[in-house]
Write a protein that binds this ligand. Structure first.
Ligand code: MG
Length: 446
């Protein structure tokens, strides 16, 4: 059977991998899967978003479900609205941080949680077998407009407040965050300076991934206007990245470590991914909490957060989950939580960031045909823990071996013929040794 879904929903280039014709059938498959009820649909501002949303909505209605059309909205606003308004499902048309020619879709259940791999498998099965249901003329669904941003903003403001008047520069990259984050922060009393905060589906402002390379202008402006904080989102604003009061980009590992240790207070569990830095463990353990590591990807993080009743889930990519409000990664909420943390601790972000250590991380990829990946990973799981002074072994996503002074992760790439090695050590020598030992085991088989 073919595949529709990748690690984060359906994703591809419009007109090539992704077409409106497909989206009608995907809509019908979704309607068949949920078997009736109301579905909220929203999208980011990509130029192909409107046609794909219309196609998807047509399919959903053709399958006998009702559609609530949320228009352009951040992914977390859609997910949260599904939960608050108690709807059957949500669908967002987005390609997240990918360039403007890409688009895709991601689905949400009635709890506002992303569809799991099993649920996606079932939709795929319906889609490829063409076993969707079409309903008779008198049972086709209808659509009406809905303001998911208003629902989201009201719910956030009901729950969270800020006392201090922060000065914040917000860079939405012309994405969906533009319609929520500046407004929300102003409502909370912040002075907001907007950068790329007008919707433009060509994304002319900057690259959409909120990484250091794409945020040089934000860094400069934060410094120039003497802001307390810089905030950036990806295209659908389910991610957040921050710049400190000195105009320096704060890496995702540090952001996860800071938020996690602040949120766990003296006890509780936080979830992060196998590729996150050990500064997360150190910060959380120091604060009195516990870290659970899971597969890379925000869906895995959300599932584990729910399973363990965790207080926080975060990925170094900037996907942050705050389960006190909901279970979807949420960029605008991430921005507010960072401000709440600064308010409560009463110190500038630059100081908090400087207190965290930075350990050398190295990444390497080794070419490996797909057919022998399994054999290689079996060898790695047997050999690598034996070669190192292993103190803990994690096998949820590849093989992650932890030693007293570092860790190494060996993962087969899901999409390409490579084995990827990531290592972090307390010194450059340790990092180098970990990569070398892992490479040796992998290369022995290839
Ligand atoms: Mg995203």
């Amino acid at each position: 059977m073919g595949r529709l879904f990748g690690t984060s929903g359906i994703r591809g280039v419009f007109g090539h991998d992704i077409t409106p014709e497909m989206f009608i059938e995907i809509g019908k498959s979704l309607a068949t899967f949920i078997g009736g009820g109301e579905v909220i649909v929203a999208r980011d501002p990509r130029l192909s978003g409107e046609i794909l949303a219309n196609a998807l909505m047509a399919g959903i209605m053709g399958g006998g479900c009702q559609v609530l059309d949320g228009g352009i909205a951040p992914t977390p606003a859609l997910a949260f609205s599904v939960r608050i308004l108690r709807k059957k499902a949500g669908a967002v048309i987005t390609a997240s941080h990918n360039p403007p020619e890409y688009n895709g879709a991601k689905f949400w259940d009635e709890r506002g949680m992303a569809y799991t791999a099993e649920m996606e498998r079932e939709i795929e099965r319906i889609y490829f077998e063409k076993s969707w249901k079409g309903v008779e003329w008198k049972f086709v669904g209808k659509s009406r407009k809905i303001d998911v941003c208003r629902t989201y903003i009201q719910e956030i403001l009901k729950n969270l407040q800020l006392e201090r008047k922060f000065r914040v520069v917000v860079d939405c990259g012309n994405g969906a965050g533009s319609v929520v984050t500046p407004f929300l922060l102003r409502k909370l009393g912040c002075e907001v300076i907007g950068l790329n905060c007008h919707l433009d589906g060509r994304f002319p402002g900057r690259g959409l991934e909120p990484n250091e390379e794409n945020l040089t202008v934000l860094c400069r402006i934060v410094k120039e206007v003497r802001a307390d904080l810089g905030i950036a989102h990806d295209g659908d604003a389910d991610r957040v990245a921050v710049v400190d009061d000195h105009g320096r980009f704060v890496g995702g590992d540090k952001l996860v470590a800071m938020l996690a240790s602040w949120i766990v207070k003296s006890k509780g569990t936080v979830v992060t991914t196998v590729d996150a830095s050990m500064i997360v463990d150190e910060a959380v353990e120091k604060a009195g909490g516990r870290v659970v590591r899971t597969k890379v990807g925000d869906v895995s993080v959300a599932c584990e957060v729910a399973k363990y009743g965790a207080k926080f889930g975060g990925e170094p990519s900037g996907a942050m989950i705050f389960p006190d409000l909901h279970l979807a990664p949420d960029g605008p909420l991430g921005a507010i939580k960072v401000l709440m943390m600064l308010e409560e601790i009463g110190r500038p972000l630059s100081e908090l960031a400087d207190e965290l250590p930075e350990f050398p991380i190295a990444r390497k990829k080794i070419a490996c045909p797909n057919e022998i990946k399994e054999k290689v990973m079996k060898e790695v799981s047997e050999e690598l823990p034996r070669m190192l002074e292993t103190i803990s072994l994690t096998t949820v996503d590849g093989i992650r071996v932890e030693t007293e002074d570092g860790w190494v992760l060996v993962r087969p790439s899901g999409t390409e013929p490579y084995i990827r090695i990531t290592a972090e050590g307390r010194s450059p020598e340790v990092t180098k040794m970990l990569v070398e030992k892992a490479s040796k085991v992998v290369e022995k088989i290839i």
